[in-house]
Design a binder for this molecule. Structure first.
Ligand SMILES: [Fe+2]
Length: 214
């Protein structure tokens, strides 16, 4: 007999084709160079520079970015085996810049008309260990003592192994965080929200703010 697992959680991890990564860099060069496109907002828990919520975020070439990541979106959809015709409706996307000491606290993307969230790793030094999913179920194993007694398959945080040019896509309700950047190297990620809906509903459920359908 063995210890069996059940109801495992999942996320998609893909690598944007190298030539597309280069195109993304070229396409966003101008946007990245403008200081006014980024703020360190007071209304979120964390220290970072972000384009989220700024009017100028809408001028970023997000449509192009969606084209460049499309191979990964298609692969994700294939692997999740749709039960019916669906559409992946982009809702919004933004840039996050983490300079030394910058971080983002525990949060999720659970908002109306968003059931998938994505993070594209635009610029990293080596592998990234800063992005972590948080596993709320771990507290129950700690509270009852099982975590102290056994090497059981549970942990408070799970760190996806990612490199520059990778993208992860996960259910929007998954809590996650970004631990402090301890290096001098600025790490930059793009975040995006998507709503997967039945294809027949698209004409009436289009709520994208910054983006159009892909
Ligand atoms: Fe997030």
């Amino acid at each position: 007999m063995t210890v069996e697992m059940f109801t495992p959680r999942w996320y998609y991890k893909g690598k944007v084709p190298f030539e597309n990564q280069q195109e993304i860099e070229r396409t966003f060069e101008e946007f990245m160079d403008l200081e006014k496109n980024f703020i360190n907002p007071d209304n979120i828990n964390g220290e970072l520079l972000t384009s989220y919520g700024l009017p100028t975020n809408q001028s970023a070439p997000w449509e192009r970015w969606l084209e460049f990541i499309k191979p990964c979106l298609s692969e994700m959809v294939d692997q999740l085996k749709p039960k019916r015709d669906i559409e992946v409706v982009p809702q919004e996307a933004w840039v996050n810049r983490y300079q030394k000491g910058h971080y983002q606290e525990y949060h999720c993307h659970s908002v109306q008309h968003c059931n998938l969230a994505a993070v594209y790793f635009y610029r990293l030094e080596g592998g990234c260990t800063n992005f972590k999913f948080y596993n709320n179920q771990h507290a129950a194993y700690k509270a009852c003592g099982l975590d102290d007694m056994f090497e059981i398959p549970t942990a408070a945080t799970i760190t996806p192994k990612v490199q520059q040019g990778d993208i992860i896509i996960f259910p929007a309700h998954y809590p996650h965080l970004v631990s402090p950047n301890k290096s001098e190297f600025e790490r930059i990620t793009f975040s995006a929200n998507f709503d997967v809906v039945p294809a027949s509903n698209v004409s009436t459920t289009k709520h994208g703010k910054d983006l159009d359908l892909i």
